[in-house]
Design a protein around this ligand. Structure first.
Ligand code: F6P
Length: 549
């Protein structure tokens, strides 16, 4: 990394960290306005951050030195920026209306549009009743079998857009490999009216494959071994035609996508079919067009000071690499976005949790922070204690919808007042003197007030972003997700890492196969002492359980 830029940022940090957020507001009465961006309906207030105009100038300079603008264009143009897998990165093409985007001289847009048309047509057939179950009943339940990017996006989006669902349609998700999840859901669904969607980019993922096989066995069991019925009740979303056919799903029941779509970036692809079946293809199309609006904003806002994903990403870098804040909390204040933190967790941590640069050289700086969170209002009654008074500072992204026609005003006002108040409290804190004065005013005696006040101090100066959507509908949800996708891209460029591979998931998968072999053969192969002892314990337990039953 260019050391002059880093040195300038370090020197700036030394000065700026002497000032609190409240100092910064005193210095600039226009601060709320100066540090707010509005684009296509999204309102992004980043004024409650430990930054000033010089910080942004230096960070933008950093981005310039890392060739961010050119790299954004390289991604949109289909260059092979996923260097370790020699792949283009074109989730943006999935929501594009362009006629042509070339990868290796091949135009990928016709096949993308063909799959979109195939998805729309399939939705029409299911919703109109043209495609019926094997006994002639209408499909009323979707079961999505997938994990990671083949689960988290559809789960989030279906939860967030439940009020838009096609009348009478239900959806369930099977992701975990423990048989409970599968058995629990299968106990509730009717084989005559259920469509099973096997969603797996690779179609080799252990959890998804075992769940798909077990579901098929259950289905055959329930239908007196009616193998012909499988074609009406099982479809596949994948890049791996061969494996789909080997599983027994015909090519015409497969919806394809391509290796230029990463799993965690795949909700816009055929992986989105469960979503489209649930909310209707027109709403899915709105979701794509929302993301397209954010793509246009990101790729065409040449003044990066006004570019939402760029600013969101750079603020994250500022905390991670200069303030040493290595945790980020995502706090949506809306029940429909409860799964948003889990989705962003995969997006950020699987993309940027790396410790070598694009050339494979070890890094001497921090990359992705730990990203976590849950519903903000619930978090207030659980872990916000640490966020207010704990020893570490955790920057927060608060996400709210300006209006929610599926809520009601009284409740929404309370929700909003909490979101706003929390951001204020994190920033302003409470001094010892104020805490003590409050106790005295309540009639607490001097001596006790002096002691108890020590526990009631809030250091404040804790930063937050506030992202306000006009409402949670398909369009704005598409924009919000694309905002974070591009934020992650920006940070990957700054940190000079390959955001688009995920080799860190492989070691555990390989070892799980070896351990499974040991368990099945009851012969423990070579492992460390602790692992051997645990496998032995499991084998002993299962033997005892067998003897008992
Ligand atoms: O193990 C991680 C991962 O490969 C993710 O990147 C991906 O989203 C998930 O597994 C599921 O993969 P697939 O869609 O190929 O089943």
């Amino acid at each position: 990394m260019p050391s002059s830029v880093i040195d300038a940022l370090k020197a700036h940090y030394q000065q700026l960290s002497q000032l609190t957020l409240l100092d910064l507001f005193k210095q600039n009465p226009q601060r709320a306005k100066d540090f707010t961006l509005e684009s296509e309906g999204i309102y992004f207030d980043f004024s409650k951050n430990n930054i000033n105009e010089q910080t942004l100038e230096l960070l933008l300079n950093f981005a310039k030195q890392q060739n961010l603008a050119a790299k954004i264009q390289a991604m949109f143009n289909g260059e092979k920026i996923n260097n370790t897998e020699n792949r283009a990165v074109l989730h943006t093409a999935l929501r594009s209306n362009k006629e042509s985007i070339l990868v290796d001289g091949h135009n990928v847009m016709p096949e993308i549009k063909a799959v979109r048309a195939q998805m729309a047509e399939f939705c029409r057939k299911i919703h109109s009743g043209e495609h019926l179950g094997y006994t002639g009943k209408k499909i009323a339940t979707i079961v999505n079998i997938g994990i990671g990017g083949s689960d988290l996006g559809p789960v989030l989006i279906c939860q967030a857009l439940k009020p838009y669902r096609v009348a009478g349609m239900n959806i369930h998700f099977i992701s975990s490999v423990d048989g409970y999840m599968l058995n629990d859901i299968l106990a509730d669904v009717d084989p005559e009216t259920t469509l099973f969607v096997v969603a797996s980019k690779t179609f080799t993922t252990q959890e998804t494959m075992i769940n798909a096989h077990s579901t098929r066995s259950w289905f055959l069991d329930k239908t007196a071994n009616n193998t012909a019925a499988i074609a009406k009740h099982f479809i596949a979303l994948s890049t791996n035609t061969q494996a789909v056919e080997a599983f027994g799903i015909a090519r015409e029941n497969m919806f394809a996508f391509w290796d230029f779509v990463g799993g965690r970036y795949s909700s816009w692809s055929a992986i989105g079919l469960s979503i489209a079946l649930y909310i209707g293809y027109d709403n899915f199309d709105q979701f794509l067009s929302g993301a397209r609006v954010m793509d246009e904003h990101f790729s065409q806002t040449a003044d990066l000071r006004k570019n939402l994903p760029v600013i969101l990403g750079l603020i994250g870098v500022w905390y991670n690499n200069f303030y040493d804040y290595h945790s980020l909390i995502i706090s949506p204040y809306n029940t429909r976005l409860t799964r948003f933190p889990a989705y962003i967790q995969q997006l950020e941590m699987e993309s940027n949790g790396k410790s070598v640069n694009k050339a494979g050289e070890p890094l001497d700086y921090a990359t992705c922070p730990v990203v976590w969170g849950d519903s903000g209002i619930n978090g207030q009654h659980a872990y916000y204690q640490l966020l207010h008074q704990g020893t570490q500072v955790v920057p927060m992204d608060i996400i709210v919808a300006a209006s929610d026609k599926f809520s009601n005003k009284e409740h929404n006002d309370i929700l909003w007042s909490n979101a706003i108040a929390q951001a204020e409290a994190f920033m302003t804190g409470k001094s010892y003197e104020t805490a003590k004065a409050e106790l005295l005013a309540q009639g607490v005696v001097q001596e006790s007030a002096s002691e108890i006040a020590k526990h009631k101090v809030f250091s404040g100066n804790r930063p937050s972003n506030m992202i306000i959507l006009p409402e949670i509908n398909p369009h704005y949800l598409g924009m919000l997700i694309a905002l974070y996708e591009h934020k992650v891209f920006v940070q990957g460029v700054i940190w000079d890492i390959n955001t688009f591979d995920q080799m860190g998931v492989e070691l555990g998968k390989a070892l799980a196969k070896k351990v499974l072999q040991d368990i099945e053969s009851r012969q423990i192969s070579e492992h460390d002492g602790s692992t051997v002892a645990i496998i032995q314990h499991y084998l002993n337990q299962t033997t005892q359980n067998k003897l008992k039953s």
